[in-house]
Design a protein around this ligand. Structure first.
Ligand code: SF4
Length: 433
């Protein structure tokens, strides 16, 4: 390697993770400043954030799911969960909700700063918890909440597309709701809706979708250029928080450049990639790094996940808005992406079977969690279906995304070690025949 190319590699490789972390800190810093001034924000969720509308009105946007997971990654979640449970919330319900309740009880204070109070909340029916969660803010702050009702697919594999009569009926239903949301935003912000600014926001969202789609394509190749579980979670944070912004677009443009470089030069995320894995569910945030190491120590890399799919707000599809027809096109994008997110949770077997070949998957890791019935229900049945239809090793480990009390590291490690030992002996036997 020449000195020049070494310099290029040093500048490029790892840039996405560094820049993503910086953007995140700036984002939280910005929210802290809004909170200090006593201004409000729009509260939204990752599945159907409608960020495109909210950014058009310049609302600071808060993703309570992301704030909550920060408490787990920074290993202070138990303090927040205990506070919410002492306040009366059951240990059984989603840990994200309880961490957020504690954040609200602490006046918005969380490990990355302070979040503003909500001026409004926007949510979809992608998760039933969203609806009950927003009711908590309604009771606390008496602010408006807007529930966007997205008609789901009628059955596994029954997604319809633009031009189909059912789809067009559903699109009209969503268009009317988007118009109602715009009126609400006008009332809350005191600003008129600016269609040209809206087009700008959509155009940034389009650039992000193209980039996200390309990133996923690059990870099909061996070696994988990023780890879907660790790096992917950083990218998801930016994809959600900065959707429709110039900063988000610039980040993803740079990220594609980095990953193209790694792909061309065969630089994998692991020095030695031995097993390519597909992850199903939500990460184990209380031991986020360690959980990943249980796999990387055996040369296992997560090349894709259902998380990169349902938590990406639809960017995984590479869907692009038609700027000539922005409201209709947003309705189409919301319909397609939220349905796709729901399907990737409820019919995850379809995702696994369709992606196993292009991503050269050697094994599938299922991680059902106590907190999230939405994602975890049916995983055992989905796994049985995958095993009946494809000869691929699978691992089923249960823990939680927030609650360390139900994360048993030693037990988990034993199961993961046994999984890899099984894959190694399977590989040896197939090489011997
Ligand atoms: S139940 Fe699951 S999908 Fe719903 S808010 Fe909690 S973690 Fe998210």
């Amino acid at each position: 390697m020449t000195a020049n190319s070494q310099n290029q590699a040093e500048n490029l490789v790892g840039r996405g993770s560094r820049d993503g972390a910086t953007l995140f800190r700036q984002w939280f810093q910005g929210l802290s400043e809004v909170a200090e001034k006593g201004d409000g924000a729009a509260y939204v969720f990752v599945m159907g954030s409608l960020n495109e509308i909210l950014k058009t009105f310049d609302f600071p946007v808060v993703f309570p799911e992301i704030n909550s997971l920060q408490t787990a990654v920074r290993r202070v979640a138990s303090e927040y969960l205990n506070e919410a449970e002492d306040y009366g919330y059951s240990p059984d319900i989603c840990g994200y909700v309880k961490a957020d309740v504690a954040v609200q009880l602490k006046g918005g204070a969380h490990p990355m700063g302070r979040i503003p109070k909500p001026s409004l909340a926007v949510l979809t029916n992608a998760c039933n918890t969203y609806i009950k969660w927003a009711e908590i803010w309604e009771r606390m702050y008496e602010m408006p909440t807007f529930v966007m009702d997205i008609p789901g697919t009628r059955a596994d594999g029954a997604q319809t597309w633009s031009g189909n009569q059912d789809f067009e009926n559903d699109r009209r239903y969503v268009v009317e709701q988007i118009k109602e949301l715009i009126s609400l935003c006008e009332r809350v912000s005191g600003k008129r809706f600016d269609i040209d600014k809206f087009r700008d926001v959509l155009s940034h969202a389009n650039a992000m979708s193209r980039a996200w789609h390309r990133l996923l394509e690059l990870n099909c190749k061996q070696p994988a250029v990023f780890n879907a579980l660790t790096d992917g979670t950083i990218y998801l944070g930016v994809a959600n928080g900065m959707r429709g912004t110039a900063e988000g677009t610039a980040f993803f443009k740079d990220l594609v450049e980095e990953m193209e470089y790694k792909s061309t030069n065969n630089i994998g995320t692991l020095t030695e990639e031995t097993f390519r894995l597909f992850f199903v569910g939500v990460p184990c945030y209380p031991i986020f790094r360690r959980f990943n190491e249980f796999f990387t120590e055996w040369g296992g890399v997560f090349v894709h996940s259902t998380y990169l799919w349902f938590a990406s707000g639809g960017t995984n599809l590479g869907f692009e808005y038609d700027l000539e027809n922005p409201i209709d096109s947003l309705a189409e994008g919301v319909l397609v992406s939220v349905r796709d997110a729901m399907d990737s949770m409820f019919h995850q077997q379809r995702a696994i079977l369709s992606l196993a070949d292009p991503f050269h998957v050697d094994g599938v890791v299922y991680h059902p969690i106590k907190s999230c019935r939405t994602v975890s229900t049916g995983l055992a049945d989905g796994r049985r279906y995958v095993m009946a239809n494809r000869d691929v090793p699978t691992l089923f480990i249960e823990s939680d995304l927030m609650d360390k009390r139900v994360v048993s590291e030693a037990q988990m490690k034993n199961r993961i070690d046994a999984f890899f030992e099984g894959m190694i002996s399977r590989r040896q036997s197939s090489q011997a025949t």
